[in-house]
Design a protein around this ligand. Structure first.
Ligand SMILES: [Zn+2]
Length: 321
């Protein structure tokens, strides 16, 4: 089969061939030809038996594979497993758990868990393009996620609650251009400064903004937005004024968390949010292969070590695309 896969079944068949995996990733990693990642030399020798290259310079890491400088770096798992896992995360509407990936690929759950976090990093595409403008209304809303602390072991619960402040729930903010893209991020609190600085960063000045009656949104009019409020104590829709688009996104996100991932450390919550935002923003694509291609094109130049993902090294969160 030479055509690019459009379904999971076609992807499994296509990537079962190690040469197809290699060709697919080389085209993305080195679109202008393979060069040594250490010194940049282009006259590298391909060692076909190992599917690796060797540089002629005498430096460390003279042999390298297509995984170098990507989320796959230092992974012992072969590309066929990586690419099929990427396909699953890119396209399963409610996400896919490390247990499912472990069973589907015949790897350990721990390997699958780490793999999924690296794939989520590839799905984390920060955008500085502002939403709204041109008469396109924007919804803003926040929600709380979590609250499973009662099921946890006491010392773990204590640690988790300390990490998130005073409660066992984590505040998440969303900004949605109606019919367009969503941005969402974990926010430390729902105070005016946190919410409105995200709005100023991600919404074009002058846009129509719809929100609920939360006090933190007061003052947006003075900042040049056409702000209208729907008071959920009274009703949920008043003509165009509602936040149903974001309510729909929150329900998808919570279904992903509750149904598939069950228990998520607040520390990792932004990664799951990035995953859902990614799928949501590419929801209109014609077939699954295009969503997969999108992830595959973002694996380069990103790394996530085990120490980072297990919290031994700090990572930061910001509003994602
Ligand atoms: Zn070199």
């Amino acid at each position: 089969m030479s055509a690019k896969p459009k379904t999971l079944q076609q992807a499994i068949v296509y990537f079962a061939d190690a040469d197809n995996c290699l060709k697919f990733m080389v085209e993305r990693r080195w679109p202008n030809g393979v060069t040594c990642p250490t010194c940049g030399r282009a006259d590298v020798r391909f060692i076909s038996t190992r599917r690796m290259w060797e540089c002629k310079e005498k430096h460390a890491r003279k042999q390298f594979s297509v995984k170098i400088g990507t989320i796959f770096e230092d992974s012992a798992l072969p590309l066929d497993k990586w690419l099929v896992a990427m396909w699953m995360v890119a396209n399963c509407k409610n996400g896919v758990s490390s247990y499912e990936v472990a069973r589907a690929l015949g790897i350990t759950q721990k390997s699958a868990w780490f793999m999924l976090h690296r794939i989520r990093l590839a799905m984390q595409t920060r955008s500085s393009v502002q939403l709204g403008g041109d008469g396109k209304p924007v919804e803003v809303d926040e929600t709380f996620v979590g609250g499973a602390a009662r099921f946890m072991h006491a010392d773990k619960r204590k640690r988790r609650i300390t990490e998130t402040g005073t409660k066992d729930k984590t505040a998440v903010m969303g900004i949605l251009e109606r019919g367009g893209e969503v941005r969402a991020a974990v926010v430390g609190n729902r105070k005016k400064h946190a919410l409105q600085s995200n709005i100023r960063a991600h919404v074009k000045a002058g846009s129509a903004i719809y929100s609920d009656a939360l006090m933190s949104y007061q003052g947006l009019k003075q900042q040049g937005f056409e702000h209208q409020v729907i008071d959920h104590a009274e009703k949920y829709v008043d003509g165009q004024v509602h936040t149903n688009g974001l309510e729909n996104f929150w329900s998808l996100f919570k279904r992903q968390l509750k149904g598939t991932y069950i228990s998520v450390e607040p520390f990792h919550l932004f990664r799951y949010l990035d995953e859902q935002v990614f799928r949501y923003n590419l929801r209109e694509l014609a077939h699954d292969g295009l969503r997969f291609e999108h992830v595959a094109s973002h694996v380069i130049g990103k790394r996530l070590t085990y120490a980072e993902v297990t919290g031994k090294v700090g990572t930061t969160d910001s509003m994602s695309n």
